[in-house]
Write a protein that binds this ligand. Structure first.
Ligand code: ADP
Ligand code: MG
Length: 217
């Protein structure tokens, strides 16, 4: 198996297409999770947003730098998704894209910096702390795992795989939490016992990156 050392624009395109396929395939599940503690639109929001991202990417030239593709994806999410997840994911992807700049490819540390920037953008906009039962509880562990594995000399593929595992574990760990941000916080203690929809879709998006790196690396 080829061990990827750098990630290219093809990988970002594959990532966003894989994310689209993944949230679309699990739209009903995401909506059920949101129906339990929110307003039941998360699957629809994510599906609509990533479908628009797919179309926006299809209109880009083959040599568009990966950072630029992420900025376009982020802007598309902001303009097509009405729920909280639109601006949050939109800011995240724009920040990741700006962090990568116009480089043709990026390595592990640059990917880690981009995901850190994405997380920082979500926190800057939504002010969620770890444990507030939001997408931060999936993205935080994911970025930490990515950095930890890269520091231990893992390949990008292994580090991204560990990040996706950490995001899934983080999403599952939101079930016993009480929501302190977003619509679910209106439920107070009644939000306890349900997995957070946004953390769940964040884990799908991290797994989509893992799949894209494995395929395209
Ligand atoms: P809405 O809540 O507007 O209907 P969605 O259903 O699309 O939007 O997304 C809900 C998800 O957004 C939540 O499950 C949570 O993970 C995330 N979220 C909501 N508010 C915040 C916030 N302030 N910071 C981070 N994530 C948040
Ligand atoms: Mg909702």
């Amino acid at each position: 198996m080829r061990v990827p050392t750098a990630v290219h624009d093809r990988t970002v395109t594959a990532w966003l297409h894989e994310a689209q396929a993944s949230v679309t395939a699990r739209a009903d599940y995401l909506t059920q999770l949101d129906a339990a503690i929110g307003d039941g639109d998360h699957g629809i929001n994510m599906t609509r947003g990533f479908e628009a991202v797919g179309k926006a990417l299809a209109a880009q030239g083959a040599d568009t730098p990966p950072g630029r593709l992420l900025v376009i994806a982020g802007k598309t999410l902001v303009s097509t998704v009405g729920g909280a997840s639109g601006p949050l994911w939109g800011s995240a992807l724009r920040a990741a894209g700006r962090s990568l700049g116009d480089a043709e490819a990026f390595d592990g540390p640059q990917l880690a910096a981009a995901l850190d920037a994405a997380l920082a953008a979500v926190v800057a906009l939504g002010a969620a702390q770890p444990g507030d039962k939001t997408m931060v509880d999936a993205l935080g562990p994911a970025t930490a795992a990515l950095r930890e594995r890269l520091a231990a000399q893992a390949s990008i593929a292994d580090a991204v795989s560990a990040a996706a595992d950490a995001a899934e574990a983080g999403a599952q760990a939101t079930a016993p939490m009480q929501a302190r941000k977003g619509r679910a916080s209106y439920l107070g203690e009644r939000s306890i016992g349900h997995q957070d929809p946004g953390a769940t879709s964040a884990a799908l998006i991290m797994r989509a990156l893992d799949t894209a790196v494995m395929q395209e690396g």
